[in-house]
Ligand binder design. Sequence first.
Ligand SMILES: *Cc1c(COP(=O)(O)O)cnc(C)c1O
Length: 380
Amino acid sequence: MDFSTFCIHGNNEKHDRTGAVSVPIFQTATFAHPGVEQSTGYDYSRLQNPTREHLEKTVAKLEDGTDAMAFSSGMSAIATLMELFSPGDHIIASDDLYGGSHRLFRSISEKNGINFSFVNTSHISQIESHINPQTKAVFIETPTNPMMQVTDISAVSKLTKRHGVLLIVDNTFLTPYYQKPLQLGADIVTHSGTKFLGGHNDTLAGFLVVSDNDLSEKLRFIYKTTGACLSPLDSWLLIRGIKTLAVRMDKQQQNALQIARWLLSQEKVKAVHYVGLPTHPDHKISKKQATGFGAMISFATDSEETARQVLERVTLIQYAESLGGVESLITYPILQTHADVPKAVLEAKGINEKLLRLSVGLESAEDLICDLKQALEGQH
Ligand SMILES: *Cc1c(COP(=O)(O)O)cnc(C)c1O
């Protein structure tokens, strides 16, 4: 079955006899047992719920995994994942991570005795030189947030397999529609389902996806024990969002390319970071491992003043955190998503007062360009 068909029908299991076309929302905390030591297959919604199960099976299949767990947010998925590790363990992570993941690792996981090395994972040699006997995992995002650097997933997976280390990929930016890390050798995929999977800026969600039974068992145990599961209603909203994933991604990417090209020609724009531009340094690697480039653009303006002016003057595009929804959003990484990352680290990456990040939505590209034009030029 084609990806886009699967997005709509999911695993196509029928949960009731009414013929309901939309998966029912099983808004129940618990399930009655038919008899002593008997179960309907559902006992308590923290363990499993039919609505969430439909969503999890759908996401597992889309990512080419065997099991997916749906969480109440992307951060709760990653926080649960961290419970796999013990004090003394070492993890190598991208130095250009989503700010929330960076904050979790530095402020909470480190306190719990897990050690991190933050390296530029686009350079395999940098990962390799940091592997030591305590290293248990490599955690990457590709493309990175917000600088859009690409890491060669299969090259890293060869390295991690050789050293018996887990490869974890945050696939939020491209989604399985464009990139399937498990196929490329990753062991665990994480998602903020809040972004492209949900797609409507209306629901928080997160996922962990695996294709290994042993990992699935370990993570399921932590999942049912710690309990950050997605509610039945929010599971249904994600099921609905995923139905249009393929068409949304295609159109949002098409808009993003048009806007990135337009930004390149603007006097007040000094750099455009969009993987879909053939001039992007990682364009080729991206083409090798992904079938698309997504809809995330970062661009550097000529001054802090211009950057602030754009944020204050956009009208159609909204100045807000988050990404991946049908509404276009613009953010100021230095003050928002990356506010907790040390200044020196940010400056070395080019994340400064002039940098803006744009999540391109489903509006018409012409209208979005018109809005950016008046915001950059300062016309009233
Ligand atoms: C948003 C985001 C997260 C965190 O997800 P939430 O749903 O906001 O908790 C993690 N990784 C990436 C790449 C993100 O964009």
